[in-house]
Design a protein around this ligand. Structure first.
Ligand code: ZN
Length: 210
């Protein structure tokens, strides 16, 4: 049955990740019959705002299939207007109850931002925008005395959760009225395991700053 609450959706993702980690994936909803069944309409139960890293394929690591998760991916899960618009589409038009920010250890975007700050340079072209979006997380980590990349990654995931809620009044309102929850997860590349590093449960009053 498709999850309809944030709690059910989160449990479903964790169950799928456990199957993936332990090497017993079921590959649900990937057959021709299901493909035909969902052709007329989608009812995904989670939005995943993830890093574009090629090793972070959402449907694989959560052992899901067609029509299950609405995925938006950018390098370093940075959230510009198109990402916010995509999330808002999923939570309003599709009625998705859970938004997940998915980051991972050894994230290249975080490492690039760290290098840029250390050397006082910014990458050429649009890559500079990715780096700039990660820099506030670096500053926050520095204030907390955290210097290792994976520690910074966790802070960047939490920062992304906050950024979604601060910049999307639509999402913040749905969270405040209890229709949607937001969770930040960190993924371990070698173990294949996710863990929750930030959580804004449905029903949490939120403040939109922009
Ligand atoms: Zn990454």
């Amino acid at each position: 049955m498709t999850p309809t609450t944030p709690e059910q959706a989160l449990a479903e993702l964790y169950a799928g990740n456990r199957r993936f980690v332990t090497g017993v994936p079921r590959h649900p909803n990937q057959d021709a019959g299901h493909r035909a069944a969902v052709a007329d309409g989608q009812h995904p139960f989670a939005v995943i705002v993830g890093c574009s890293d090629s090793r972070l394929a959402a449907e694989i690591i959560f052992d899901r299939g067609l029509g299950d998760v609405f995925v938006v991916r950018t390098a370093g899960h940075t959230v510009g207007p198109e990402v916010l618009g995509s999330v808002e589409y999923a939570v309003t038009v599709l009625g998705v109850p859970l938004v997940v920010v998915l980051g991972h250890d050894s994230c290249g975007a975080v490492q690039a931002a760290r290098e840029a700050v250390a050397t006082g340079t910014s990458p050429a072209g649009h890559l500079g925008a990715v780096v700039e979006a990660v820099v506030p997380s670096l500053r926050r980590a520095a204030r907390q005395g955290i210097e290792d990349v994976d520690g910074i990654v966790d802070i960047h995931i939490a920062q992304t959760v906050e950024a979604l809620l601060a910049r999307s009044a639509v999402l913040a309102d749905l969270v405040a009225v209890g229709r949607c929850g937001v969770v930040g997860m960190s993924y371990r590349l070698s173990a294949g395991e996710v863990r929750t590093v930030a959580e804004v449960p449905a029903g949490t009053p939120t403040t939109t700053v922009v």
